[in-house]
Design a protein around this ligand. Sequence first.
Ligand SMILES: Nc1ncnc2c1ncn2[C@@H]1O[C@H](COP(=O)(O)OP(=O)(O)OP(=O)(O)O)[C@@H](O)[C@H]1O
Ligand SMILES: [Mg+2]
Length: 324
Amino acid sequence: MIRLEGVGKRFAGGAMALDGVDLTVARGEVFGIIGRSGAGKSTLIRLLNGLERPTAGAVIVDGADVAGLDGAALRAMRRRIGMIFQQFGLLASRTVADNVAFPLRIAGTPRGQAAARVAELLDRVGLSDHGHKYPAQLSGGQKQRVGIARALATGPDILLSDEATSALDPETTRDVLALIADLNRDLGLTIVLITHEMDVVRQVCDRVAVLHAGRVVETGSVADIFLDPQAAETRALLAEAGEQGPAAFPNFAGRIVRWTCHGATIGEPVLTMVARETGADFAILDGRIGRLRDESYGQLTLGLSGGDTEAAIAALGRYGRVTA
Ligand SMILES: Nc1ncnc2c1ncn2[C@@H]1O[C@H](COP(=O)(O)OP(=O)(O)OP(=O)(O)O)[C@@H](O)[C@H]1O
Ligand SMILES: [Mg+2]
């Protein structure tokens, strides 16, 4: 659905915001982009809807080179891409219904048809009773729902989200993300989501790209990026976000391994079975068990001592992945 080929963006002042970015987002995917402040995330997302133009490379959306579009073709392409923002971007002097109707008015949709569409959209985001209110009368989560309804007004195939939940508390964030996940599933929307919140990525994304100083340093499934990050920049980013435990346990005398497992294995008494079978003892030094989108995962740092340690490591390998 989206393909970036060798994309660079140098701003007028000379700042190189993006450099040699290659990226592919499949149709119907929820794709996350993470990276430090200034990494180029917002610039990248603005290239996708033609708000910025690349200074190198090509941005291809559904087969069309965005940089090659202008006038009517660019407007038509933008109707297929909705966008939501951290600060919601609502018009304070307009009602909720008028805010949602705004893109329809610009697109020249007849009044009656627009009113029906607005009612449908407000229902979709759970705000049917709030159409007459003004943005100041809504909570943050409700404002973002209005932002989402407005982004969906023209029936886009792609939804871009630039830190859309960053101004919301954790519970409201979960609600808004659940809505985004529903839209992805029910409407088949392709979603590109920028965030600095790792919980957001864990809850809704299928794949992630890590952006660092204008370059993509790593791309992979959410499980790959969180459980087995390869790039030093990714490791540093996750460590700062409190995602990785301390790596060294100098006071532990036995063998230390990291064991990662997914899915059904989480419900199995693997450690006690392996302990009985091999006589090895396990100390759990660090770890977490949680969810990545719809799948359970566990990652434990285990200290092994006694019994047949090598057999225990081999047995763990049958239920998951063992790394040193
Ligand atoms: N319009 C502009 N003119 C000049 N430089 C810009 C412009 N927009 C962004 N930049 C520069 O490009 C780089 C990337 O900015 P960008 O906004 O894409 O970062 P970001 O990853 O979204 O950061 P944040 O997490 O803080 O939102 C920064 O160094 C920024 O100063
Ligand atoms: Mg930004």
